[in-house]
Design a protein around this ligand. Structure first.
Ligand code: DC
Length: 216
């Protein structure tokens, strides 16, 4: 079975999608990680937006399994390099290029094939696997998402400002929602879960309950 988990940045969708994958024993595919990887490579190699399709010729590899997605570039695991807000911005810019996005959608479909997957991102339910029998859209208020990101970065010892994080989140939301092609929005048949006042456990339980009721 394919399960789509979409949502805006810092909504907690990665956390719950990964847990759902582990709970069900189904591989986890974090599509944003691929956007981040290509954004990072484009920055490093000074690839212009109009040449973005060339990024697919790079020496990269994707591993997706229960509870984890990893990307390698020239044999190196990029886990650390891809974490920051800056890389997220490059990723989002790539996502605005229609030809690049189409290539990504095709790439993800081929990568997963007939396999089961909990796939997480922005357009999984709308474009990558529109046929998925179960779709979730995980969201929370911008203020709550900024608060979560602030606490996360702070716990890693980083000096960060809540106002600045909120500004970046709002800016990214606007860009993702208003791009002319493939604007970011929930699939019509997605179960929308507003996690603003929910714990991670509550979100996961809600998802499992919906899964059980659907009997997919
Ligand atoms: O999920 P994330 O924050 O790691 O994603 C980073 C950026 O990549 C996000 O701002 C938009 C883009 N992205 C996308 O356009 N489509 C996806 N399926 C996943 C990510």
């Amino acid at each position: 079975m394919k399960i789509a988990v979409d949502g805006p940045s810092a909504s907690g969708k990665s956390t719950v999608a990964k847990l759902l994958s582990q709970r069900l024993g189904i591989p986890y595919l974090e599509t944003g990680l691929l956007y981040r990887m290509f954004g990072y490579i484009a920055f490093k190699e000074k690839v212009k937006p109009e040449e973005s399709l060339k990024l697919f010729e790079e020496d990269f590899r994707v591993v997706f399994d229960v509870g984890k997605t990893e990307v390698y570039w020239k044999g190196k695991n990029l886990a650390e390099e891809l974490k920051g807000e800056e890389v997220g911005k490059y990723a989002s810019l790539l996502g605005e290029i229609p030809a690049f996005r189409e290539r990504m959608i095709e790439f993800f479909r081929r990568l997963v094939g007939d396999s089961q997957v909990v796939a997480e991102g922005r357009d999984v339910g709308t474009h990558i696997f529109p046929e998925a029998p179960l779709k979730f859209f995980i969201t929370a208020s911008a203020e709550e998402r900024a608060r979560r990101r602030y606490l996360e970065l702070k716990s890693k010892g980083l000096e960060v400002s809540y106002e600045e994080i909120l500004r970046v989140i709002q800016e990214r939301d606007l860009r993702d929602a208003h791009r002319p092609v493939y604007p970011f929005k929930p699939a019509e048949d997605a179960h929308i879960i507003d996690t603003t006042n929910m714990s991670v456990e509550e979100v996961l339980e809600t998802m499992l309950k919906i899964l059980k009721e659907k009997k997919v």
